[in-house]
Design a protein around this ligand. Structure first.
Ligand SMILES: NC(=O)c1ccc[n+]([C@@H]2O[C@H](COP(=O)([O-])OP(=O)(O)OC[C@H]3O[C@@H](n4cnc5c(N)ncnc54)[C@H](O)[C@@H]3O)[C@@H](O)[C@H]2O)c1
Length: 354
């Protein structure tokens, strides 16, 4: 078992249910409420129930899967159920699912009766490397992603990679983009582990690296006001591409847009900070192996930039980006002119289509 910590949060990575079971029984919680989505209820809950008898008495709240349900309406639906079940302050909410469930369940736990205890048991690769760690909870509001949310710590995060067996492969690629991003920000060694272990489909080591890196980063800036912004590498452009394709009714996986965003950030970093060209070439070739060509044309670039102006990390009407001086040497909150982004996006689309 590997154990990590930030603030008051313990994260254990193990297929063994015993450490979590012991923690659960020692907690003397009044009730357990398990929040999950219908996919995880069907595919993952049976495994978990078998592993942890204690959970057989849990109250179940099952939500519909997908980002479009990470919404206030669903939060309200969960709160209605909690009140109907007369769940008190000493109960434990258990979020079993991907990032949608941990963001939403964490949000509800943070506001119900001014906050009750919760734990995350992530079931997607993305949630294991990213969403379940860091204490950010959120729901979307209209078209604004993560517009309403809190920073509220889970008591425990149990990462059990055996739960990934039923996860569709494109969801694995989604998580890969975030772990690849962690490697780029952290170190060459970390990045090498991601690429080498992914070839062997050994996700365990990749998850350990990401969790260690994310815990360290979160600990340095719990409330996301400064250095934690480095975790947004590739996301300013990535989110804008994702929004454009969604609007066009051509939704693509978030991770694939992040891969495009990483290339754009690398190209700007090369020009502005002399990021070593031979390294960026190698990274871009690697991304091309993971990421399909997205249906983007040069005529889309102006719209993508317009979307980038809406990014929540901007300030004073300027687009702010995370750039790299080198692998493992991130710079954040860097103002970048629209003309520079336009050139880099043009080159990104050309490189990916070549
Ligand atoms: N709080 C944070 O710090 C943070 C960080 C990154 C992402 N996020 C959020 O995470 C969300 C994305 O998370 P996600 O990619 O896990 O999406 P998700 O929760 O929608 O899960 C993706 C799909 O996989 C299914 N699924 C999950 N685990 C499964 C399993 N083991 N077997 C079969 N199917 C399974 C789900 O039902 C869903 O259909 C976004 O809302 C994003 O904003 C939050």
């Amino acid at each position: 078992m590997e154990t990590f910590r930030y603030h008051s949060v313990t994260i254990s990575i193990t297929e063994d249910a015993e450490p979590f079971t012991s923690w659960l029984t020692a907690g003397n919680f009044s009730r357990y409420v398990l929040i999950t989505d219908s996919n995880c209820y069907k595919l993952v809950w049976p495994l978990l129930k078998k592993q942890i008898r204690e959970l057989k008495k849990a109250e179940l709240i099952i939500i519909k899967p997908g980002e479009k349900h990470k919404h206030l309406d669903t939060a309200q639906h969960i709160i209605k159920k909690l009140t109907k079940l007369t769940i008190d302050k000493h109960a434990l909410v258990i979020n079993l699912g991907g990032g949608v469930v941990s963001d939403l369940g964490g949000f509800v736990a943070s506001i119900y009766k001014r906050g009750i205890h919760y734990v995350n048991i992530p079931t997607s690769f993305l949630a294991m490397v990213d969403a379940a760690i860091g204490s950010k909870t959120a729901v979307d509001f209209n078209t604004y992603k993560n517009c309403i949310g809190t920073i509220y710590h889970p008591k425990y995060v149990w990462i059990n990679t055996a739960l990934l067996k039923t996860l569709p492969f494109d969801e694995i690629m989604n998580g890969l983009a975030e772990s690849f991003k962690h490697g780029l920000i952290d170190s060459q060694t970390h990045l090498d582990i991601v690429t080498e272990q992914f070839e062997r489909l050994n996700l365990n080591l990749i998850i350990q690296q990401s969790v260690a890196f994310k815990c360290e980063t979160v600990e340095q800036d719990l409330y996301d006001v400064d250095r934690r912004h480095i975790l947004n590498l590739g996301h300013t452009t990535g989110h804008a591409i994702e929004a454009l394709l969604l609007k066009r009714k051509y939704p693509v996986m978030h991770g694939m847009c992040v891969f495009y965003g990483l290339i754009t950030a690398l190209l700007i970093s090369e020009k502005r900070y002399d990021f070593p060209k031979e390294k960026s070439n190698k990274i871009i070739q690697q991304i091309k192996r993971y990421c399909p060509i997205l249906p983007l044309k040069k005529s889309d670039i102006k719209t993508i930039i317009r979307y980038m102006y809406n990014d929540k990390k901007n300030s004073d009407g300027e687009i702010r980006m995370v750039l790299l001086e080198d692998i493992g040497a991130p710079l954040w909150n860097i103002p970048v002119k629209a003309s520079v982004i336009e050139d880099a996006l043009t080159a990104t689309i050309e490189i990916m289509s070549a």
